[in-house]
Ligand binder design. Structure first.
Ligand code: LLP
Length: 420
């Protein structure tokens, strides 16, 4: 019987749903992303169970991983989506996600994006400024279509997380400052073609101290309660995403602390809640498989040079992020301390620094864990490098969900003009 997620078989080789990871690497080549649908479903179900005592909908934040088959899988499970560009909207629609389940977030929706989403029946716009409201109002009036509007509040709360993914402080570009929310929400009621649907917050990502969620949600609820007691309609509250996950160990998702916060504040209220988890639904369900190109030893250091690079996984260099790295096949070789680096010509091109790892030979395979979220979506072709193939495992079978671009594809996007 195989287990959920990535596990070691009786030979201590890495497997997923009864399939050896090494056989997938041989079939598809490396670098290779592999996703386990079993773990995605389990995480989704645990989240669903977390919110079962309140009225709530899950809108998967597709920015975490916008592969069509992944969006489609979550849609099949009953999930809606949270998007931040019209490109993501079109990917959702292409994947079969009903537009009526899509929340359009983001600080910089341009007019053509607003028009497209409105014409195509997006559920709601989470807006981040009065200026954005004015733009939506003009477009909705011209089209004679009603826009559902939720105000994203900036609660001026700094959760303890990496500064590049912290979004709740007043110095960031996100949300409407707390003091202005009341008057803008009231203004919504005076505008034809504008339908106020509520308030929202999203204070950042990879958050562990749930007290920050508690404070942000409490502030949001107070604002909403006050508006309601003045006679305004506030049917929904969007609580955003941001639940932190453990990159150090492979753990079953546990949202019990989050549940406490949500129940404490909302159990006996009639707010319709929206949740926008990204990372916590998909990160652990992905691995990035890479092959060792060579070992390079200097007087001071041991470098393991692999065929995945910062163009496949930028998180370590961008956020100082830690990803577990392990050999795909059993090994009894001694441990060393090494930097695991890609071939890109920058010192910043690393996957791990000073990492304790078993010695490896050329062509050995390594698994970079917890790379289902914010990994392949942040890829680039830097150094004219190809991206990775992506495979999803469903019912003990592997399905290729993305091919990689060939160098020919990359060249074909350009137009050569010879200026003599
Ligand atoms: N809702 C909104 C409005 C968001 O901006 C985000 C993430 C989410 C939901 C989902 O948050 P999650 O549950 O995934 O934490 N690239 C970074 C993470 C950026 C997160 C951006 N916003 C990383 O690799 O850590």
């Amino acid at each position: 019987m195989s287990q959920i997620g990535f596990y070691r078989d009786e030979n201590d080789d890495l497997n997923v749903q009864g399939i050896k990871i090494s056989s997938l690497a041989e079939k598809y080549g490396t670098p290779l992303f592999i996703y386990d649908s079993g773990l995605m479903r389990e995480s989704y179900n645990i989240f669903l169970d977390t919110i079962k005592e309140v009225k709530g909908n899950i809108h998967y934040a597709v920015k975490a991983n916008d592969a069509l088959s992944i969006i489609s899988y979550f849609a099949q499970l009953g999930c809606g989506a949270d998007i931040v560009s019209i490109g993501e909207f079109q990917k959702c629609v292409a994947a079969g996600m009903p537009p009526q389940k899509i929340i359009f977030s983001g600080v910089g929706k341009d007019n053509s994006e607003i028009e497209f989403a409105l014409k195509n029946n997006v559920l709601q716009f989470n807006i981040e400024s009065e200026e954005e409201l004015n733009d939506i109002y003009k477009i909705a009036s011209r089209l004679k279509l009603t826009a559902n509007i939720c105000l994203r509040v900036n609660p001026d709360i700094a959760p303890k997380t990496h500064k590049k993914i912290s979004t709740g402080e007043k110095e960031t570009k996100f949300g409407i400052d707390f003091q202005s929310v009341d008057s803008i929400y009231k203004k919504l009621h005076q505008l034809k073609y504008i339908n106020p649907v509520g308030l929202g917050v999203h204070i950042g990502s990879q958050i562990f101290d749930f007290d920050f969620f508690y404070r942000a949600y409490l502030n949001l609820k107070k604002l909403a309660d006050d508006l309601k007691s003045s006679g305004y309609n506030v049917p929904t509250l969007d609580l955003g995403g941001g639940i932190g996950i453990n990159y150090n160990k492979s753990l079953k998702p546990d949202f019990s602390n989050y549940k406490e916060v949500v129940l404490d504040l909302f159990e006996n209220t009639d707010y319709q809640l929206s949740f926008e988890p990204g990372r916590s639904l998909i990160a652990e369900a992905g691995v990035l498989i890479t092959k060792v190109i060579r070992n390079k030893k200097t007087k001071d250091k041991h470098f393991i040079i692999v065929d995945a690079a910062m163009n496949n996984l930028i998180r370590p260099t961008l956020y100082d992020a830690y990803h577990r790295i392990e050999t795909v096949k059993k090994t009894s070789k001694p441990e060393i301390i090494a930097d695991i680096v890609g071939p890109i010509c920058e010192t910043g091109d690393f996957l791990a620094l000073d990492r304790r790892i078993n010695k490896v030979n050329n062509n050995d395979l390594l698994a970079i864990r917890t790379t289902g979220a914010y990994s392949s979506v942040m890829k680039s072709n830097y150094n004219a490098r190809k991206d990775a193939i992506e495979v999803m495992i469903y019912k003990h079978k592997d399905f290729q969900i993305k091919k990689n671009e060939s160098i020919k594809d990359i060249i074909s996007k350009e137009k050569l003009i010879v200026f003599d």
